[in-house]
Design a protein around this ligand. Sequence first.
Ligand SMILES: O=C(CO)[C@H](O)[C@H](O)COP(=O)(O)O
Length: 210
Amino acid sequence: MIKIAPSLLAADFSNLSGELRKVSDAGAEWLHLDVMDGAFVPNISFGVPVISSIRKHTDLFFDVHLMIERPLDYVEAFANAGADAITFHYESQSDPNATIDKIHALGKKAGISIKPGTPADVLFPLLPKLDLVLIMSVEPGFGGQAFLTSALPKIKAIRELAPNLPISVDGGINARTAELCREAGADVLVAGSYFFGASDPKAAADSLRR
Ligand SMILES: O=C(CO)[C@H](O)[C@H](O)COP(=O)(O)O
């Protein structure tokens, strides 16, 4: 079962209620929330106040993706803001096991993401503890970049080891790249510009499932 996770990074920030309606009306299951600190990645997006504000307006599953240097210090704040899943980067400065344990202690699902330059095998020992793996198919920091096919063998390798683990892919997703990701074994497709830039977002979401 494929899940679609529109990335709020590409939404119209002056009309977030309307953009949330677009996501629900399109039948997307998750909302992907990219948090950037200007240190782990060379961009700053939004944080706790925005997430806790929009939490009051939707029941969508909040898939919070922390592109920040010290996720362990902030997972509690994002859990309290209304995250359902919290994904942090393997390349961050926080200990992966301690961060997963803290997310679970807060009652949330725990995910880890890897950047394009990080091999999949660093995640193998952590797979039994994880609820989600997020494979970046662009360098994190900005929407609208071209899909990197180097993500595909990583998805395949993790799928072989963890047949039931949700595998998400993020960056450059459109109807063509979504098909490659589904074939490789991904089941959560994050789409920013392809979804929010579409004249018919429902048709765009449907095209990612086919
Ligand atoms: O994490 C991200 C950037 O760091 C975005 O979620 C990702 O790039 C999605 O945007 P697009 O679909 O436009 O490529």
